[in-house]
Design a protein. Structure first.
Length: 87
């Protein structure tokens, strides 16, 4: 588990700033930051992940050509689209 703010490491390197944050009552905030947030983050991003394959890329190109027929036969970049690399 990663720790965005590792006070123990800071103390070990001669930078003891824990008292400053505790005086401002920010101890619980840093506990939350160093808590188990990684699993939630992955779950949050995974749910919103999109698959982008050749079929979707072709459909996107076809829609652009329907809007502007002068784009027929041009590359994806010339149509103003991101280059398609791989699924």
């Amino acid at each position: 588990m990663e720790r965005p703010v590792d006070f123990a490491s800071l103390i070990q390197h001669g930078c003891d700033i824990v008292d400053y944050y505790e005086a401002q009552d920010l101890g619980s905030y840093f506990s939350m930051l160093n808590g188990p947030t990684y699993e939630r983050l992955v779950k949050h991003l995974w749910i919103r992940a999109l698959m982008y394959d050749k079929k979707a890329a072709k459909l996107e190109e076809d829609q652009k050509v329907l809007i502007d027929p002068s784009l027929e036969g041009k590359s994806r970049q010339e149509k103003g689209l991101e280059p398609f690399v791989d699924t």
